[in-house]
Design a protein around this ligand. Structure first.
Ligand code: TRP
Length: 324
């Protein structure tokens, strides 16, 4: 039997090339080997209230990107977290087996509490319990996540073990599958690519926008004049070439070091490589975006399929906890 993968991502709207290289590409690949369930976690967004006023728009843009990138509703279950309200029931039940001390020690909680001292809400402390509920409601075996999510996964495993000790072994212990993708830095050359830092290149950008965004990107600061030799090894633009035209790497490095190519030209070449790579995606995206009915159908069908699995698991949990 195929193993089951679950992963969730917050609705951040249009996806950028960092999302693509870091997560989406991997999601697409996993579809060949696993039964995959991919969820847009809108309820989790409410713990920080970032971007929530345009929640519906962000969900829409994100699922359109996912579909155009190759997430296939015939292979995977694609849905929005709140469309399966069973997850909130499970969250309440699992909160009864989760010691508060475990939650207060989670690094992401401590960081968020520091960053938003005016809004250290109950839901924020329970964030990993909701995430555990996401995963175990579907009895997922494997969870593709970035490095930063490992403490959450460890907690999920501890909650599963504790539930087993206190009640019964309803859930498999989920294994983290750390995506080996390299860190993709944004156009500032310093921070991880992210929409909130406005240092991103959207997958769905037009070729002109792509070129324009790259024009302003940070390169080797020692290269002040066109005639200054560059250091490709410290240049983020060079690093991005590695993802989109790896076969030209050696040539570009050589021409940068000898100042036979300037940053402007180098960025133009990168824009071209990105535009060529993403052209089929962008065409497909335009078709999907023109058909909002289809997008709604995908999400409705995903939620319907997810609810069937969720209902079964929740029944077992209630029975184990003497509620039935
Ligand atoms: N916490 C994850 C993040 O911020 C999102 C998430 C929610 C998730 N539920 C999940 C990831 C379940 C994997 C599995 O990126």
């Amino acid at each position: 039997m195929k193993g089951r993968v679950f992963s969730g991502a917050r609705p951040t709207g249009k996806q950028h090339i960092g999302n693509y290289l870091g997560a989406i590409q991997n999601y697409v690949k996993l579809q060949e080997e696993y039964e995959c369930i991919y969820c847009i976690v809108d309820i989790h967004s409410l713990t920080t209230m970032e971007d929530v006023s345009n929640m519906q728009g962000n969900i829409h843009e994100m699922i359109v990107d996912w579909l155009a990138a190759g997430l296939d509703p015939d292979k995977s279950v694609l849905f929005v977290q709140s469309h399966v309200p069973e997850v909130m029931e499970l969250h309440t039940l699992l909160s009864m087996v989760t010691p508060l001390g475990w939650l207060l020690r989670v690094p992401t909680f401590k960081e968020k509490a520091r960053m938003q001292p005016q809004n250290v809400n109950y839901g924020l402390v329970g964030y990993p319990v909701l995430m555990t509920s996401d995963i175990v409601l579907y009895k997922a075996d494997a969870v593709p996540v970035g490095e930063d999510q490992l403490p959450h996964l460890e907690l999920a495993r501890e909650i599963v073990r504790r539930f087993k000790d206190m009640f019964s072994p309803v859930f498999p212990e989920p294994q983290a599958r750390v995506t080996s993708s390299p860190l993709v830095l944004g156009l500032d050359g310093v921070n991880k690519m992210s929409k909130s830092l406005d240092n991103q290149v959207d997958m769905a950008a037009t070729p002109e926008e792509t070129e324009k965004r790259l024009k302003a990107a940070y390169t080797d600061p020692q290269r002040r004049y066109r005639s200054d030799p560059g250091r490709p090894e410290i240049c983020n633009i060079y690093k991005l070439h590695g993802f989109f035209d790896p076969e030209n790497m050696a040539d570009i490095a050589e021409r940068c070091r000898s100042a036979r190519i300037g940053c402007v030209e180098c960025k133009k070449m990168l824009a071209q490589a990105i535009n060529t790579t993403l052209q089929p995606f962008r065409e497909k995206r335009a078709d999907i975006a023109a058909n909002p009915e289809y997008v709604k159908e995908v999400l409705d069908d995903g939620a319907r399929r997810a609810r069937i699995m969720a209902g079964e698991t929740l029944g077992e949990v209630k029975e184990a906890m003497h509620l039935l």
